[in-house]
Unconditional design. Sequence first.
Length: 263
Amino acid sequence: MSSSEDPREKLSDAPRHRRTYRELHDGREPFFPNFLLKEWIIGAMFIVGFLIWVLLNKVGLGSIANPNDSSYIPVPDWYFLFLYQALKYYPGNGEVFGAFLVPVIVTLLLIFLPWIDWSKNRRPFKRPLATASMVLVIIMMSWLTAEAWAQHQAEVGGSAAGGSSSSTSGLPFAVQHPTSTALMATSMPGYQLFENTCAGCHGQNLEGSVGPELRGIGNVASSSQLLPVITKGFPPNMPPGGGLTNKSQLQQIADWLSQQKQK
């Protein structure tokens, strides 16, 4: 027997030493299929759990979209709020940098991260750069999300306050708010023009929104009095003519508004 041979190999009854997984693989494991399989299992468990949660917690639909509602302030879902807020800091031509270059740079960093960080240590305190980067990203995303939501709530509150205050002011006529809400003379051509252009700010039923309430406007103003007010507008809230330039159309709207004599 040579000195290099293990004598236990010659003895069938001798206990054999079984090398550990770490000894066999030097503390590493192949990405495919070992690591990837575990990721797939965790991902499948998350998807199944999420589907169960969705089935047990049904979310109702919101109100029907109204293209004439100019007071509506769009906002993305909560998980995109941090991107939505980040774009606000890149106005004008800077949008290209914020909307394209920054996401591309971050994506490339994630793709090349295995080649950038070669450390085998998995303890967070042993990898201060990676840990600090992740903590900073989480803090920034959380702050941007909270800031976007706070600003959106302020905008919605300001729009509602502006709509309520504009419903009682902004007109050169003292309009008494009637109790009747029925529209009059809806067969006139001015009604269709109003519905397609002016209702977004003044409401489909003249109840007022961003613009003032117009119910009962015919009780205090005639068509000849309303026409110059509509033509001039109230910039910047109301553009001249409400966006219309055809004088005959403006006259038709003024004629129809003069018939709104709700009590």
